[in-house]
Design a protein around this ligand. Structure first.
Ligand code: SF4
Ligand code: SF4
Length: 337
């Protein structure tokens, strides 16, 4: 299955599969064989992890991302309070220096509710579609969505509680997100109301920040408590249709993360930090098929895997413009001569 189709299948819930031997390129088979035979893993990996932390690279993208996320959301607040008309509205529908912007998922919901194409929404929808197509689709999640930030903090607490064996984390089949997607679409179509908008923590938080807190924040609190005590990142992983919509957009995006097995130590650090670890299946020893593997469209381009990888085996790339791995290499000698 090609990367594109596989990526779409994973968005709707398909689990990644180990490739058959004849699907793996000869060069990558050699790399895997060499690394297995030479046991190039733990000692070197630990040294690189330490060096990575010392260089401050383990949180480079995280700091940038949080700065952007907080700035975008503050811009709404500042524009509203000082009436400077820079960024008006909220995340679901806004105007940026006069340009209409409409969140893709909200537009879909409105059109389903009205049962026809709402022309007034089209300009804003197309603008936002092009924007996120260029920027990576689910980039919206990790670089803009206010719930993502709270959920990241809740996740830290969840992982700490699990590590201390105070709670046990539960996972569910990712296909339930597709089920919820269809349920929300069907309910909207049948009732004529954009039901998801009422319970979307993205919209609730965005409006609360701008216009003030409301009782709907209790729902957001419930979601966060569920993620802390029951299931890690449950809303984004198993429910939110916004993430799914932007995932489809991201499948066509030139901005992506790519993986190079030649540099990898197979320590799996990337998968432990990732919101959507299924997209990093190729980083498991024996799973990569090519020397450079594009990471699937469900990836939020958060950069956590890029930050944490001690071997620089994951990088951002703009397809057709910049090669991700063309800088001098460097610290990882874990490859066949
Ligand atoms: S999946 Fe939904 S709630 Fe989660 S970060 Fe994306 S838009 Fe926000
Ligand atoms: S693959 Fe990397 S960049 Fe993409 S969501 Fe996972 S950690 Fe973030």
């Amino acid at each position: 299955m090609g990367y594109f189709i596989e990526s779409l299948a994973q968005i709707i819930g398909r689990e990644p599969k180990r490739p058959a031997n004849d699907e793996i390129s000869i060069k990558v088979q050699e790399i895997h064989k060499y690394k297995k035979a030479n046991k190039i893993t733990l000692v070197k990996l630990e040294a690189e992890r330490k060096a990575n932390r010392a260089r401050g690279e383990a949180s480079r993208w995280l700091k940038r991302r949080w700065a952007v996320l907080i700035s975008v959301n503050l811009l709404f607040v500042v524009s509203y309070y000082f009436d400077i008309q820079l960024l008006e509205g909220a995340l679901t529908a806004s105007r940026f220096v006069g340009f209409h912007m409409a969140d893709l998922n909200s537009s879909l919901q409105v059109m389903l509710a009205f049962k026809h194409i709402v022309l007034n929404l089209m300009i804003g929808t197309v603008t936002v579609f092009i924007l996120w197509l260029l920027l990576g689709g689910r980039t919206f999640c990790s670089w803009v969505c206010p719930y993502h930030l709270l959920s990241e903090w809740a996740e830290k607490l969840h992982l700490w509680l699990v590590a201390k064996k105070i709670i046990k984390g539960y996972t569910f089949h990712r296909g339930v997100r597709t089920f919820f997607y269809l349920v929300f679409a069907a309910l909207t179509f049948i009732t004529g109301y954009t039901i998801f908008e009422a319970i979307s923590p993205t919209g609730i938080l965005s409006r609360a920040l701008i216009y003030g807190a409301g009782v709907a924040l209790l729902w957001v609190l419930f979601l966060l408590l569920f993620e802390i005590f029951i299931s890690r990142r449950a809303w984004c992983r198993y429910v939110c249709p916004i993430g799914m919509t932007y995932g489809f957009v991201g499948s066509m995006s030139p901005l992506r993360v790519v993986y190079k097995p030649e540099l990898c130590f197979f320590g799996g650090d990337c998968r432990t930090v990732c919101l959507v670890p299924h997209v990093l299946d190729s980083t498991i020893m024996g799973r990569a098929r090519d020397e450079i593997v594009p990471i699937g469209a469900d990836c939020t381009r958060c950069g956590m895997c890029v930050d944490i990888c001690p071997a620089s085996a994951l990088k951002f790339e703009i397809k057709g413009i910049g090669k991700a791995f063309d800088e001098p290499e460097e610290k990882n000698t874990a490859r066949p001569e």
